[in-house]
Design a protein around this ligand. Structure first.
Ligand SMILES: Cc1cc2nc3c(=O)[nH]c(=O)nc-3n(C[C@H](O)[C@H](O)[C@H](O)COP(=O)(O)OP(=O)(O)OC[C@H]3O[C@@H](n4cnc5c(N)ncnc54)[C@H](O)[C@@H]3O)c2cc1C
Length: 422
């Protein structure tokens, strides 16, 4: 007979929450998932196929590196991965050119990184080892990567955590789920339901109380009694939920984990006009620049004529006053400058547009976490599984690609494993 005596409430139906829920339910536990939004997936946010011609991802889009848990799940779900191929370009303010990967100081950088034993922030590392003018382009490229890719602040980001990323130039393999990340979430949610998990949408948790039993309170006034709660909400949301004292003290450790922001803009055109701009842009993948919306990518090798704009890191705060339409306009202006076109040229071909500043999302308050020199110690504290209120989610993952879907899935799996082993 399955052990349904223990009732576990999971707060958040994102990748981590659903992954943990499935594990518990498969082990026979009674599981309720409480989700504030009207959908599952959290920071995985598929947009309607009718708008972009395919299930475009408004949130997470890429599968980074080996991602063993993600790949295992994809194979279970019968979903496949499309590897990204093509060329990277950059715009230096005047002209477009193929992105050069050769850094004349690469050997020095690797030596300095290799010698590092004690962690320090990226900004401090660069000041200490690469302060000269001759290193200015390398410093700029590293800062651009830390801010843009990791959504992190170089003045706080851990050098040790980013060392591997730089060692291979930050270009480990990337792919996309065919059918989008939403297909993976749909599979996980269906698996949960099949194993008896109750998923309650539109249920924003506002407080967790602990006396003889644990009680989870939702914004609508509902109270749910249970034996254990697992919080998988994004880090900034931890501050918005009233917690019992022991859990609140633990949650304070989250201050040592960075949490970055991203602005993502999707523009669908009637034709892939950029291919004709310069013959070589036919297989464009990523385009880097210093424009307001600095990074752009295509759907290559898929044919969808969609350009996605990306701006990550602390400097996104400068655009906080821009609403959705103003962000779309900023994206169009950036593209016009990069390609030497006018707004009218671009708007003539524009079919659909979407933009989100994730800092404004009430149930994310940003995009994803990144490591400071104090993050590993904070994660050790937060990931403890000996209380009745536990923490899980991408920010607690101690592997290489923190802040990813893989990190969330692996963290959910780890939390469930720790409890089930006992
Ligand atoms: C724009 C963007 C692009 C990204 N790109 C990539 C990428 O290309 N590749 C990649 O691997 N990762 C990417 N990520 C990161 C990735 O999406 C996350 O790391 C991952 O999805 C986090 O999963 P999670 O389960 O830990 O958290 P979430 O997905 O945030 O799940 C937590 C859930 O908790 C819910 N919640 C919040 N507050 C409450 C409350 N009070 N009560 C109840 N429920 C609540 C939320 O609504 C959410 O559904 C991106 C993220 C963003 C925002």
């Amino acid at each position: 007979m399955p052990d349904t005596s223990e009732h576990i409430v999971i707060v958040g139906a994102g990748a981590a929450g659903l992954m943990a829920a499935r594990e518990f339910a498969r082990a026979g536990k009674r599981v309720t998932v409480l989700e504030a939004r009207d959908r599952c997936g959290g920071r995985i946010h598929p947009l309607p196929t009718s708008r972009f011609g395919y299930p475009a991802d408004g949130g997470a889009e890429f599968v980074h590196g080996e991602a063993p848990v993600t790949r295992g799940l994809l194979s279970e779900a019968g979903l496949s991965l499309q590897t990204i191929e093509g060329t990277r370009w950059s715009f230096d303010g005047t002209r477009l050119s193929r992105e050069g990967r050769d850094n004349p100081h690469e050997a020095e950088l690797h030596a300095a990184l290799g010698d590092l034993n004690d962690d320090l922030t990226v900004a401090e590392f660069l000041r200490r080892h690469f302060a000269g003018d001759e290193y200015a382009p390398m410093r700029h490229a590293i800062e651009r990567m830390v801010e843009g890719y990791d959504a992190a602040d170089p003045e706080r980001a851990s050098t040790l955590a980013l060392r591997e990323e730089w060692m291979d130039g930050g270009h480990h393999s990337q792919g996309r789920v065919v059918g989008g990340y939403g297909a993976l979430i749909a599979f996980l949610a269906a698996e949960c339901c099949k194993h008896g998990v109750v998923i309650r949408l539109d249920c924003a948790v506002v407080a967790i109380e602990e006396s003889t039993a644990v009680v989870v309170r939702c914004a609508g006034g509902e109270a749910i009694a249970c034996d254990r709660v697992i919080l998988t909400v994004p880090l900034p949301l931890l501050r918005e939920i009233a917690l019992p004292q022991a859990a609140r003290e633990l949650a304070a450790a989250a201050a040592d984990i960075g949490f970055g922001n991203v602005i993502k803009i999707l523009l669908r055109f009637s034709r892939p006009w950029w291919r004709g701009k310069t013959g070589d842009l036919a297989d464009l993948t990523f385009l880097l620049s210093d424009e307001t919306i600095p990074v752009w990518w295509t759907q290559n090798p898929s044919e969808h004529p969609v350009l996605t704009g990306w701006f990550g890191g602390p400097r996104t705060a400068a655009l906080t006053g821009l609403n959705r339409q103003a962000l779309i306009d900023a994206g169009i202006d950036s593209l016009a400058t990069i390609f030497g076109l006018t707004r009218d040229d671009l708007e003539r071909d524009l079919v659909a547009a979407e933009a989100a500043n994730w800092a404004h999302d009430a149930f994310a308050r940003g995009a994803y976490s990144w490591a400071t020199p104090r993050t590993r110690a904070a994660q050790e504290r937060l990931a403890r599984a000996d209380g009745t209120v536990l923490f899980s989610g991408e920010a607690l993952y101690r592997g290489r690609d923190m802040g990813t879907v893989e990190a969330a899935l692996a963290s959910g799996l780890e939390t469930a494993g720790l409890i089930l082993q006992r």
